[in-house]
Design a protein around this ligand. Structure first.
Ligand code: ATP
Length: 279
């Protein structure tokens, strides 16, 4: 049945504690995410971003609370988990945690074949994603012999080939040089063009502020603020609590206003081009 608000993810009161820890990694977390949005998860090391992501596709099971994907609570049975993983894909921060097949081609085929798709359809899908993500030049190489940037492209292809509703990227630009960061960002922009809901953990407030529809600030396993980037970045207390700086473009904009070089009516810009335009 079609629901009035199209929440693709709803987390209610979710708590999780790792074995052997006394402190909760997630502590009564509440959150809802609309279909097709781009959401940046931000917060200090250990605030619970990765743990929440692992709960979202059923790798970790909350000890309390519940998570619904497209309105349905996750079922922790083999069938239920397969269904969730076909909808919610995670690209891990460290590609070596994800890539294990002999060649790139086999790597990208593995997940989709596991979903029970027939071989000729899988081959078509794999070839299409290899072309789209410009993986052709290294498709026959062993995944472990690729550069960090190439591994990241393959890790994204692994998930994209399964046509997920939600794609989770845990610090996708970590350890990438500027050229590969740009390449990965272009791929991510392509995901949202397809209508995929994209959740991304990042420590880059400038990127999150320019890219996201919503920013979620996390601290100690809870969401302390969620909203449009302009709203969240206007809440300086929450930014400080999450250990974040004000985005550079916003700092420059505010200084220009203080100096009377910009009128009070201008809407704060999201990026450098926006700032140049209002100047
Ligand atoms: N495998 C694990 N075993 C035990 N404790 C863990 C494990 N993974 C994470 N934790 C703990 O759970 C808490 C939340 O960690 P989590 O990795 O979810 O945070 P994060 O926000 O993703 O951090 P980062 O920005 O460093 O990636 C931390 O206290 C961390 O030490």
């Amino acid at each position: 049945m079609k629901r009035e608000e199209d929440w693709v993810i709803e987390a209610q009161n979710v708590s999780y504690t790792y074995d052997g820890n006394t402190k909760r990694a997630l502590d009564g977390l509440n959150l809802r995410i609309r279909r097709g949005t781009k959401v940046a998860f931000m917060g200090g090391n250990g605030s619970g971003k990765s743990t929440f992501f692992l709960c979202l596709n059923g790798i970790r099971k909350p000890e309390d609370g519940r998570i619904c994907i497209e309105g349905e609570p996750i079922e922790y049975t083999r069938k239920g988990l397969l269904a969730v993983r076909s909808k919610v894909g995670i690209v891990f921060q460290e590609p070596d945690d994800q890539l294990f097949s002999a060649s790139v081609y086999e790597e990208i085929s593995f997940g989709i074949l596991n979903l029970g798709v027939d071989e000729s359809t899988a081959r078509r899908e794999v070839e299409s994603v290899i072309e789209e993500l410009e993986i052709t030049p290294f498709q026959d190489r062993p995944a472990h012999a690729l550069s960090g940037g190439q591994k990241k492209q393959v890790a994204i292809a692994d998930i994209l080939v399964m046509h997920p509703e939600v794609m989770i990227l845990d610090e996708p630009a970590a350890a990438l040089d500027p050229k590969h960061t740009k390449k990965v960002q272009e791929i991510i922009d392509g995901l949202t063009d397809k209508g995929i809901t994209v959740l991304m953990a990042t420590h880059d407030i400038d990127y999150a502020y320019a890219w996201a529809d919503e920013i979620v600030l996390m601290q100690e396993g809870k969401v302390i603020r969620q909203g449009a980037p302009a709203e969240v970045c206007a809440d300086r207390t929450a930014l400080t609590e999450a250990g974040l700086e004000v985005p550079a473009v916003l700092r420059i904009y505010e200084r220009l206003r203080e100096k009377g070089l910009l009128s009070g009516e201008a809407v704060p810009p999201r990026n450098v081009d926006g700032l140049v335009e209002i100047l």
